[in-house]
Design a protein around this ligand. Sequence first.
Ligand code: GMT
Length: 378
Amino acid sequence: RRVPPLKIGITCVSSHGGSGVVATELGLELATRGHQIHFITSSPPFRLVGRDADMTNIHFHEVESIHYPLFEHCQPYDLALATRMAEAVEKEGLDILHVHYAIPHSISAYLAKQMIQARRPTVSLPIIITTLHGTDTTLVGIDKSYMPITRFAIEQSDGVTTVSSSLRQSAYENFDIWNTDIEVIHNFVNCDIYSPRLKRSEKEFSQLRSLYADPSEKLVVNVSNFRRIKRVSDVIEVFARVISVLPARLMLIGDGPDRQMSEHLAKELGVFDKVQFIGKQGNITKLLPLADLIILPSEMESFGLSALEAMACSVPAIVTRVGGFPELVKDKINGVICDVGDIEGMTEATVDILGDPENLESLSSNMKTITTRHLAQR
Ligand code: GMT
């Protein structure tokens, strides 16, 4: 069904995180289909910066919040956002405000709508779509200081989506909103940019890979924001056991609060020279295809976008039995699912995959078919 061109405001966390990635990719895809996309964010979304894509239908509205000494501990960004949203709706005639994260984005959208209704009753009101990504529902949103307002924002939205069935269930349970219609729309990746050995010759591929591992070594990867919940230390523990069995290197992409502790652990376990902490990277689509395996041992993951990104590059994933992971990874078919903290289980799975070329090949090819099917259904 062809949808007439719409004017869509998109708000997301622009500095980091899978939710911003999904929001950006959605905006880009909608723009290529002729819709006018208006990002209303504090800065241009990080995946948009330097992206070689057609920006014809993409617009950006920067949310500037003042830094006033009186608000030393609480710059009221959500109010500045509501103001900018209302302006964008009035000026551009936006049909939809699609917000990623209930807190604070959904609340700002609600306020914007109220402002327009009160001041400009002739302006048609936008539809508010809220996409829940996880932390807003499973952690911050259920903190008692935010719970009632988050529930209110979800209930006031015209449409609510979650990135996995597991997250929908948590939203129903945590907020007791059983009468709210929540649609599950799984995260997705753009297979034109996430693909095995992306448009690169064997020579170019080997050259790039040699920066991170020797040809005789397997390359294991983890992508995270180094928050405690990501359990990067488990990856290092597993890796330290694995290299006593087979030659390998570990590439840790990302940065955050646990990075120092992780570096310390790698030193303590005597594997620091085999672990590369490469920080935040803009060229993740080039790095992921270099890996043989991704390990994501998170304590919670409403979806686990990094697993899907790696899988789209034919890299099998070892993940934990939490949140949305089991909706993406099929145990022993396109990856392996272990319990949280099961270092021995993850080590065994890693050795089984990396030490057996046939197993690795079979997981990779199964995964490609399943992932492609999963994406094509969207
Ligand atoms: O996991 C984070 O710390 C970042 C957060 C975000 O804002 O991107 O991730 C959440 O949303 C992603 C995109 O939908 C999901 O892939 C992640 O699983 C989810 N994180 C958690 O549920 C902890």
